[in-house]
Every structure is written in C-alpha cells, then in structure tokens.
Design a protein around this ligand. Structure first.
Ligand code: FAD
Ligand code: SF4
Length: 329
C-alpha cells in the first residue's frame, strides 16, 4: 500500500495569504489529483501544503469583451461543460473533457493541469521500483534512462490543456510576492523536466486569458491513450485553423504535446494558406509527423506513437472540414 507522508495543511481564504504562505516555501495544492499521488510515490516530501480550495475568486469563468477569462481554480468539469467555452473554444472544452475520468475532472483544476509535474515511465513508479534501477536525475539517481548520455531530464509534459491553450494564444496571469504579471503560455514552459515552468517561488497562477476568434475558426484536440476512460495522453496534437468567409485557411497553428518537457509548435508549410481544410489534411499531418519524434519517456513504442500523430492529425482535419466553424456564418 502507498502511504501518504505527513505534512501540515493550510487553507487560506485570501489570495494574499496564500501567496505569503507559498513565498515561505509551502507547496501549492488545488485538486490534489497530481500532487497527492506523487507524494505517495515519495517523489517529493514537502513539510507544508497550502490549499487553494477556499479561494472562490479563482473559480470564475467569464467572457470579458473579446477575452475568455478562466480562473485557475475552475475544475476541468466546469470548463468542459461551460457553454461559452464550448461555443467559441471547442478544442479547450474537448481537451478539458478528455483529462483522466469524470471523478478526477470533478476535482482537478485548470491551474493544476497547467502545472502538473512532468511524467516518465522511469520515475512515476514506487520508490522500491525506482531504487532497483538506481533512480534517475528526477528522483534519487544521477543518470537519465531515456537519453543515457544526456545531461537533462526529458520527462514528458502530459497536460491536455496546455497544447490547446498555446495554439489559442492564451496568456497566464500569476500573482506573487512582487505583484502580478501576465505571460504568454507559449513562452512559459522549458525543456527541463526537473523544473519545466517559469513560475517563480511564491507565485500562484490565478487566471488564463484566451482571445476570442475574430472570424470563423476550426479547432480540435487529438489525444491518443490506450484506455480512453482514464489514461494520460501518450501523444497529443492541438489544431487551430483560422478561416475566411469561404472557409479557406488564413492561419494554421499545430502544437504537439508529450514529446518532452515543453510543447512543440509544428511549423506548417506556407502553402496551406488559401486552401480548404480538406485539401490541407495530409500536408499538415505530414508536417506534424516530420517534426514529432516521440521518446521512450512514456509507455508504448515511440515509432507507433509517431505514426499515430500523422494518422490522428489527418483524421481530425478531415473531420473539421465537414463541420461548421464557430465564429463563422
Ligand atoms: C489516474 C489519473 C489519470 C490522469 N489523467 C490525466 C490526463 O489524461 N490528462 C492530464 O492532463 N492529466 C491527467 N492526470 C493528472 C491530473 O489529474 C490533472 O493534470 C489535473 O488537472 C491536475 O489538477 P489538480 O488541481 O488536481 O492539481 P494538483 O495535484 O493540486 O497540483 C498539481 C501541480 O500544480 C500546482 N498548482 C496547482 N494549482 C496551481 C496554481 N493555481 N498555480 C500554480 N501552481 C499550481 C501544484 O503545486 C502541483 O505542483 C491524471 C491523474 C490521475 C491520478
Ligand atoms: S527523462 Fe530521464 S531523468 Fe527524466 S524522469 Fe525519465 S529517466 Fe529520469
């Protein structure tokens, strides 16, 4: 049985109190669906947790002019069901609704999903299992088993919402001891699996801001996992196509997840511009295949996962080609 280690728990009612506790080294916990299993696996041993559960202001979802504002305390169930999200940001609703299973989504928050720890088949194991291979850079050892001569941890960013939010040009608002700041989500993640965000000590993510589409847009989220009822993604791709009134592509964004510790933006050939979605499906899928080279950091054969990137991307675009685009006529 995996036992929860001892820790002190604080539940402040104001953001300022939560920031003050975090600045003194307390570990943030929201839904706990990522952090608590990691504590049970002894991947870290914080002495004090600060719960964000009582910060009601962090739970709001609002459409403010041309910006969707989603509080980092909103649950994934709330985001997936929100009519404004479903109408104008369907790929976000799709990604939030594809995380784990319903019980977890009822507790899991957006802030936790953006900050869930990187994952690897060699580290998300019991302490006993890890000790049998001498640990690794992310646990109790000094080597990486995925890239044996590498100096860095390449554990995977397995968040479902991050690639989608990057494709939608989202920004993240953080409150910390030195005040508030807003950062582009596309610039927030780093290629270091040990510390893969630019969050500063004491900072709490309060809100995600997503600009509303200015015209017709087709977007989708592709996720492959062995068990559709619960599993983390083993490959993922967020797709966004801005369209003109005749449904010809004016802008294409493709962001892949689970490859390493930060999402990868796939450069799409300029020739997609002016074409209809059905005409670009194979082109974009081939570009995604060329740029996405999965590692053996998560289960399943990397070559098979790479093949799925191409197949699932093409199918998703072919599906989008037959559907009405939100924001359009
Ligand atoms: C069986 C199982 C299946 C899962 N499947 C998936 C999946 O398919 N896709 C997926 O994306 N995830 C999956 N998860 C992971 C997890 O459930 C989700 O990522 C969830 O969204 C985490 O949110 P939380 O509120 O529970 O985070 P917590 O566990 O509370 O926190 C996670 C991390 O985020 C930090 N954090 C939380 N809130 C904030 C904030 N406001 N500001 C700054 N840092 C913050 C915490 O300090 C912690 O480091 C799964 C988990 C389990 C147990
Ligand atoms: S990528 Fe390497 S260092 Fe990182 S968790 Fe996996 S085995 Fe450990």
């Amino acid at each position: 049985m995996l036992r929860m280690p001892r820790f002190a728990l604080e539940s402040p009612e104001t953001l300022d109190d939560a920031v003050a506790l975090a600045a003194r080294g307390a570990r943030l916990v929201a839904g706990g669906t990522d952090l608590l299993p990691n504590l049970k696996h002894h991947l870290e041993r914080p002495e004090r947790l600060v719960s964000l559960h009582r910060l009601a202001a962090l739970r709001a979802i609002a459409l403010d002019g041309d910006t969707l504002r989603v509080g980092c305390g909103a649950t994934l169930t709330e985001i997936a069901a929100d009519p404004r999200v479903r109408a104008d940001f369907p790929s976000l609703a799709e990604a939030a609704g594809a995380v784990a299973g319903p019980q977890i989504r009822n507790r899991a928050t957006l802030g936790g999903n953006l900050h869930l720890d990187t994952r690897c088949r060699y580290v998300n194991q019991t302490e006993l299992w890890r000790s049998a291979i001498g640990g690794c850079l992310k646990s109790e050892g000094t080597v990486c088993h995925v890239v044996p001569k590498g100096q860095n941890c390449v554990a995977a960013l397995s968040s479902d919402t991050v690639p989608v939010l990057i494709a939608l040009d989202a920004t993240l608002v953080l409150a910390g001891p030195s005040g508030r700041r807003e950062v582009e989500l596309a610039k927030y993640f780093t290629a270091d699996g040990l510390a893969h965000t630019l969050r500063q000590p004491g900072e709490i993510a309060t809100e995600v801001r997503v600009p509303r589409p200015r015209g017709p847009r087709a977007c989708a989220y592709v996720k492959w996992r062995p068990r559709a009822s619960i599993d983390f993604p083993l490959v993922s791709v967020a797709l966004r196509f801005d369209l003109d009134d005749e449904r010809r592509v004016t802008l294409a964004r493709v962001v892949a997840g689970v490859l390493g510790s930060k999402p990868r933006e796939v450069e799409v050939p300029a020739t997609v511009a002016g074409k209809r979605l059905g005409e670009v499906a194979a082109l974009v899928a081939d570009a995604a295949y060329a740029k996405c080279k999965p590692l053996a950091n998560v289960p399943y054969d990397p070559a098979y996962r790479r093949h799925l990137v191409r197949v699932l991307t093409r199918r998703a675009i072919e599906r989008l080609a037959t559907e009405p685009a939100p924001g359009g006529p």
